[in-house]
Design a protein around this ligand. Structure first.
Ligand code: NAD
Length: 275
């Protein structure tokens, strides 16, 4: 049955792929993003392929913007059945330069160097807001359409770093741990009114946000990039398409007794101790 599916951050790499895949299954897709042109482009591409999609400008951190977006979605397609909370990301001011603190870090005055003691509250706040509040606020707005109706669900995008934090990115790891925790909380909270709540925990996918950290200009891997591949039993980065199967499953009635799960899609990264 065709559903109306709202995806936030869907002008981006991973969720635009999910939007296309869901549209191919015959669903109405609302592509929400802070960047209106990016959202429109994704919607246009879907429409060209014969799917039903609209691009909608929305800031996941502003309720008024989300209320306006919901109105646009409702006018175009009716009530929202499924929400994919995809907007998220990290901030450089919440990231340390080194994976391990060293004595000499205390006196490192190199421009741009950040030890734990240099982490900036603003960068940490940005990251927690975007990932956690940016999941909670759209849910408050769009889940109102779902209460008491059959076949409705929410899919959050957490990360494999929510299970075990990655070095250098305490804010992003903590914020995604909050998203996983909230997924379980909300699954329980909405369990009596027919809304299932689950999450994906993607491993490493090469995207614009992390490309320069993981690959050099000639395309070869940085030290961190190689470390990731060595820690990934399946020996490669993820491709956006790797998220599609689990998304279709969690957004369909095939998973109708599944709620509160966070599914790692990481080539075995989270399962591997390294030995
Ligand atoms: P991306 O940067 O390509 O896409 C994120 C999108 O969110 C962008 O289009 C951006 O414009 C939009 N956005 C940013 N702030 C927004 C706001 N306030 N309101 C609305 N939209 C906003 O990133 P991606 O790699 O496609 O990531 C998608 C999701 O997957 C994120 O939640 C990310 O944290 C998560 N994730 C990514 C990876 C990875 O390896 N790329 C791994 C695990 C989890």
């Amino acid at each position: 049955m065709s559903k109306t599916i709202v995806l936030t951050g869907a002008g981006g790499v991973l969720c635009s792929t999910l939007a296309e895949a869901l549209a191919k299954k015959g669903h109405n897709v609302a592509v929400l993003d802070l960047r209106k042109e990016a959202a429109d482009k994704v919607a246009e591409d879907i429409t060209k392929l014969g799917g039903k999609a609209i691009g909608v400008e929305a800031n996941v951190l502003e309720k008024d913007s989300l209320i306006k977006a919901k109105q646009e979605v409702n006018n175009a397609f009716g009530k929202c059945d499924i929400l994919v909370n995809g907007a998220g990301g990290n901030h450089p001011l919440g990231t340390t330069s080194n994976p391990f603190f060293q004595m000499e870090d205390l006196n490192n005055t190199t421009e741009g160097f950040k030890s734990f003691f240099d982490l900036d509250a603003k960068g940490i706040e940005f990251t927690f807001n975007l990932n956690f509040l940016g999941t909670l606020l759209p849910t408050q707005i769009f889940a109102k359409d779902m209460v008491g109706r059959d076949g409705c669900s929410i899919l959050n995008i957490s990360s494999m770093n929510a299970f075990t934090p990655l070095t250098k990115i305490p804010a992003y790891s903590g914020a995604k741990a909050a998203v996983s925790n909230f997924t379980q909380w909300l699954a329980v909270h909405f369990s009596k009114v027919g809304i299932r709540v689950n999450a994906l925990a993607p491993g490493f996918f090469l995207t614009d946000q992390n490309r320069s950290l993981l690959t050099k200009e000639d395309g070869s891997l940085t030290q961190r990039g190689q470390q990731i591949i060595d820690q990934t039993p399946m020996g490669r980065y993820g491709e956006p398409e790797d998220l599609v199967g689990t998304t279709l499953w969690l957004c369909s009635d095939a998973s109708k007794f599944v709620t509160g799960v966070v599914v790692p899609i990481d080539g075995g990264f989270a399962a591997y101790s390294g030995v």
